[in-house]
Design a protein around this ligand. Structure first.
Ligand SMILES: Cc1cc2nc3c(=O)[nH]c(=O)nc-3n(C[C@H](O)[C@H](O)[C@H](O)COP(=O)(O)OP(=O)(O)OC[C@H]3O[C@@H](n4cnc5c(N)ncnc54)[C@H](O)[C@@H]3O)c2cc1C
Length: 470
């Protein structure tokens, strides 16, 4: 076999977990390819989440998830400055509205202590003092100072970018359809493309994790996607409060969260709805209306603000509550499945754990020296943005204040150019503001056609696009 076409590791799935694992494998010194079926990275579960960098205060103690979340949290904070990634400290409050809620506080505080996270109990007056916009009947809160907000797309893009800059290979539109192992080498069948050969495979396929796992063995877990719908309030609501407002959780869900986003909006959600559909999360009137009402109940002043948009995401849940991460030594395979509700935070911790499994079970390459660092463009409102500079040039998206130059950079990027219209939006925030692209779509299309022809293709009425659609 030609040495050139044989990778040490093939990773299946370019969500936040696959991107973090890609980075870790490349930096560990393994010749690595990332295979993503979508036209761009982050087209699965990682497309839509609450963007909270969790401390893990409420994780089930002594689980793999708790360990990875805590490690991921620490690693993100270690590397974010070097890659120009943002982290916005807001803190979070678990808020009690009833006597029953208050009765849960000792358990919440005890769990946080077991997870090594410092929290503080606030009485009703202290809670109102910290967040005066909270409804008047708040009974008290548990304050978790360490909770942060991040940009959920720039972070995984930075991981993948760093992997590519340091020699990793990314193949998009590369759906793995099957594979077989011969003489210690996996031959992966890619739809419409040549076979990819790798000594080891890492399954990071998110909501398709059980189907991909079946390439190596009957999957020990079943994916039951759990939908989460969100309502997004306009930027006018952003300054109503700062702290992430959490309810007292139930067994199934952390409940309705009211939070700012780093992009200057207010987010309310998510729901928790198990379903069969793995790909297209829909929103529905009744759930959105319930979220809106819940938001008004928590922060009554939200009544005065418009809803800008709604969206939904799909958590890759399984029948198990913990992450499903395992090395199959004889199969040359590592399973990374069921990264349900905390993958944005846990990704770097998961990646570190996966590399340790790789070293323990398979090979021990020399880590890279002189590692190249990407510098990510800033999309976060609390820091200076390109539109503020005098030489910014024309603005394409006025709602989100995205300059034409930013869009051109994302299209012409030699390392990781936008692969879909969704990918362009996630890289720049164009078309994501109050008008949802009503005013800027035409100019964005012109720029796309000029700099990356074929990025956008029209689809017929009633059809579902592949991410390039308008
Ligand atoms: C509503 C909601 C709110 C959340 N809030 C938070 C939060 O605030 N903080 C937090 O830390 N986490 C949060 N999460 C969790 C986080 O978003 C997920 O844990 C994470 O996105 C899972 O990432 P993943 O890489 O495992 O899966 P995915 O992002 O789904 O990635 C899997 C990738 O594999 C690709 N793929 C699948 N099959 C194949 C194949 N055969 N060949 C090639 N590629 C394939 C898919 O296209 C996809 O891109 C939230 C999730 C949801 C849904």
């Amino acid at each position: 076999m030609a040495g050139d076409s044989l990778y040490d590791i093939a990773i299946i799935g370019g969500g936040v977990v696959g991107c973090a694992v890609f980075r870790a494998c490349v930096l560990a010194g393994a010749r690595t390819v990332l295979l993503e079926k979508g036209g761009d990275l982050l087209e699965g579960a990682s497309k839509a989440n609450s963007a909270i960098l969790h401390t893990g205060f409420d994780a089930t103690p002594d689980t793999l998830e708790a360990a990875c979340v805590q490690r991921g949290y620490a690693l993100y904070r270690d590397i974010c400055v070097d890659m120009n990634l943002s982290v916005v400290k807001t803190g979070a409050m678990v808020v009690a509205w009833t006597e029953d809620d208050l009765a849960q506080f000792p358990k919440i505080i005890e769990k946080a202590a077991r997870n090594g996270v410092t929290v503080r109990r606030l009485d009703a007056r202290e809670a109102k003092e910290r967040e005066p916009a909270l409804a008047g009947d708040v009974r008290g809160a548990v304050l978790v100072e360490g909770e942060h907000l991040i940009d959920p797309w720039s972070a995984p893009m930075a991981y993948a970018r760093q992997a590519i800059l340091n020699g990793g290979t990314l193949l998009r539109r590369a759906r793995v359809e099957g594979g077989m192992r011969q003489d210690g080498v996996w031959h992966l069948d890619i739809a419409g493309k040549p076979t990819v050969q790798a000594r080891r495979v890492i399954n990071c396929a998110g909501n398709y994790g059980d189907l991909v796992e079946a390439i190596a063995r009957p999957s020990p877990f079943q994916i039951i996607p759990r939908k989460g719908q969100f309502v997004v309030f306009d930027k006018t609501a952003h300054d109503l409060f700062r702290t992430i407002i959490l309810p007292v959780p139930t067994a199934l869900t952390k409940g309705v969260v009211v939070t700012r986003t780093v992009f200057g909006n207010v987010l309310v959600g998510p729901t928790a709805e198990p379903q069969q559909e793995r790909e297209f999360p829909t929103v529905d009137h009744d759930n959105l209306e319930a979220l809106r009402k819940a938001a008004f109940r928590i922060i009554p002043a939200l009544h005065e603000h418009d809803v800008t948009t709604t969206y939904a995401g799909l958590r890759p849940a399984t029948q198990f509550s913990d992450y499903q991460i395992e090395a199959l030594k004889t199969e040359g395979w590592i399973t990374v499945g069921g990264i349900r509700s905390t993958g944005l935070t846990g990704a770097l911790g998961i990646a570190e754990h996966v590399v340790a499994l790789y070293r323990d079970n398979f090979a021990d390459p020399a880590p890279l020296k002189d590692v190249a660092l990407p510098q990510m463009p800033n999309l976060v409102e609390e820091r200076p943005r390109p539109w503020m500079q005098p030489e910014r040039g024309p603005i394409a998206c006025h709602c989100e204040r995205v300059t034409e130059k930013e869009i051109e950079i994302a299209l012409k990027d030699e390392v990781l150019p936008a692969g879909t219209l969704g990918g362009l939006r996630r890289r720049t925030r164009c078309m994501m503001g109050r008008c949802q692209g009503f005013y800027c779509t035409r100019r964005v299309m012109e720029l796309a056609e000029a700099h990356l022809p074929g990025l956008v293709t029209p689809i017929g009425e009633g059809q579902r696009g592949d991410g390039r659609d308008v």
